[in-house]
Design a protein around this ligand. Sequence first.
Ligand SMILES: [Zn+2]
Length: 561
Amino acid sequence: MKRIALLLCLVFFAMTIKSQTQSLPQSRAERTNYEETSRYADVLEFIHQLQLNSQEIKVESFATTHAGRSLPLVILSRQPAAAPQTRRNAAKPVVFIMANIHAGEVEGKEAMQHLMRDVVAGQLNALLDKMILLIAPIYNADGNEKIDINNRTAQNGPKGGVGTRENGEKLDLNRDYMKVEAAEARGLIENVFNRYDPQVVMDLHTTNGSYHGYALTYSPSLNPNTDRRILAFMRDKLFPAVTRRLWEKHHYHTYFYGNFSQEGRPQNELNPDQVSAPKAWATFDHRPRFGNNYEGLRNRLAILSEAYSYLDFRTRVDVTDKFVRAILQFIAARPAAIIKLARDADKFSTATGTTKGNEDGFGVNFELKASAKPVAILVGSVNRVIDPRTNKPRLEANTEARPVLMTEYGEFQATKRVPPPLAYILKPEQRKLIDMLLTHGIVVETTKQEVTLAVEQSVIQEISRAPRAFQGHRETKLQVEIKPGKEKFPAGSFLVSTHQAKAALLFYLLDAESDDGLVNWNFLDNELDAAMKSGARIYPIYRLNALPKTPRVVLKKITEK
Ligand SMILES: [Zn+2]
């Protein structure tokens, strides 16, 4: 009797396991034979179903969108509750993957559902022995819910349409990393980047640029102020290994992101139809308003992924999925090396106030650098089909692609460098600027006494403002001359030492000549007007090359727990 009961028990147990496996969710893409993409509710339900199947998954909200949607951050870990506390004890690297920042580019959102399922209940579970995985599968949830067949009409599916590029406030979240205007961006930086400090950040997109022969293109940080050791590791080790694996295992061609140009010099935003015999392959932009460049300035390994939008939807989801898996396998084979790279970069910045490779100053002006030798780039082509539902052309990639030797503009170089000071100092009335620094996780101290200090002043030679608004801003650029001076600072002034982990980021935010900092995004407009009116033309953030003797305390963010 006992034996029978045990047997029954075992049978029941086996059935439970089987039914649990059967109850594992499918993404909306899978359920519709890749004719539709997941809605916000589909993604939440998918995560909920996974939670019923595993103790190794926890969900937090990292932001609430303009329209009031709570954004899920999925934590996959052997001990998900302990994830934020263990992030700095260096046992396992934290890897963060975000999808759907542009909600017309939905492949990552589907691929990450499939990946999460395989981590909690499938073949990828062993990854959790080597890393903590954080996944934000639907970053631009408001844009996602505006699914329409008239968005991204040239893209080869899904038939049911996709969301919009912008968020609910018409902001492009991948231009918002420095100015942090969107609630989504603030939540991402404060509750993911600052809280978990992931060593690796992957951002999943879809490109509709030039007609090339790659299933997916990728990019590390393109800002030359990024730590050289991190960039060398990514360009020379990580990307070549992943590229090889995707070709050998799955027959997908992948390469560094770029667009073709007809002439010797690259041109952005060129109509791909106008490039018949391309002469160059050029990457996009060095500025940290883009996530990959921003994370580079935080001394972290940033990976931009761009599935090729003229492949069919199922293939785009698949190549995105395979690309992410190949990177995770690469990381799982050397977790200590990944942790060490980020830690060494932080240590170097803290000791020197700069990043490895930028000891003679950080770049403020940049240009694309031509490759020393021509590079074989795969040139592809597309077929044009009129989509009967939109009456607009849809482009479908041809399988044939041919390698063509051409100049590659894959990296930027600084054309002007400025040595960082030992510290910047700001006055008590500039609290608004300080709040931005705290949002970015930068350490700020306040002074306890009034002091008069020898400073370096940046004297404004020229202010140029963009004639047209971009993301609601007239971008502003200064030219300055640095001169010695003396200035009185009341008690409660703010001191920002460059000798901290985020030296490159704080320089980019505060430097007078930065092309993507607080000046650029109009945070200083009133102060600049006053400086010009007074005739003194002094940029209102001062440089110090000796630290004041006045006692100081580290400033905490008011909202900080
Ligand atoms: Zn995109």
